[in-house]
Design a protein around this ligand. Structure first.
Ligand SMILES: Cc1cc2nc3c(=O)[nH]c(=O)nc-3n(C[C@H](O)[C@H](O)[C@H](O)COP(=O)(O)O)c2cc1C
Length: 142
């Protein structure tokens, strides 16, 4: 149970393929740094990858801000756009220092159900869609 107020940040960005030697290695590095730092900082969340990143970060306001400042400056992605930044009464992913999901055709129907079928369209993307998709994927154990 948290005794601190929680803030949630949801953003989208594009993978900077040209800036990494190997996508799987870059993703492994991102995830291991995320889990190490977030566990220490009390940050939890969910990361969806399909050429774009969709990430949810939750924790104390100042901590999430500091984490996101580091993330924003990371040259492994670009065109970062914040979809939501607001207080929340609960953590949605309390057990995950950072869950990660690599988009697979097996879950295309799940993406479509949350209005995120096909290529990610920033025009219709919303934090609610990202959050509801991530919650369903996490329940599926995906
Ligand atoms: C899409 C994306 C998501 C990231 N998510 C996190 C995160 O949740 N927490 C974190 O500490 N670093 C995250 N990073 C990595 C940071 O940009 C940065 O490399 C890292 O925090 C540096 O940590 P270190 O100094 O301990 O190596 C992410 C990077 C990218 C590209």
């Amino acid at each position: 149970m948290d005794t601190i107020a929680i803030h949630r940040l949801v953003y989208v960005s594009k993978f900077n393929l040209g800036r990494v030697d190997s996508a799987p290695a870059a993703l492994r590095d991102i995830l291991s740094a995320s889990r190490r730092n977030n566990a220490k900082d009390g940050v939890t969340g969910y990361l969806i990858f399909d050429g774009e990143f969709l990430q949810i970060l939750e924790g104390a306001e100042a901590t999430v801000s500091g984490t996101f400042a580091r993330i924003e400056g990371d040259s492994r992605h670009r065109q970062t756009s914040v979809l939501e930044w607001k207080p929340s009464s609960t953590r949605l992913f309390p057990t995950w220092s950072m869950a990660a999901y690599l988009r697979s055709p097996a879950h295309e129907a799940v993406f479509a159900r949350h209005g995120l079928g096909g290529k990610i369209d920033r025009g219709t993307l919303s934090a609610d869609r990202v959050v509801s998709l991530a919650m369903e994927l996490s329940l599926l154990g995906a």
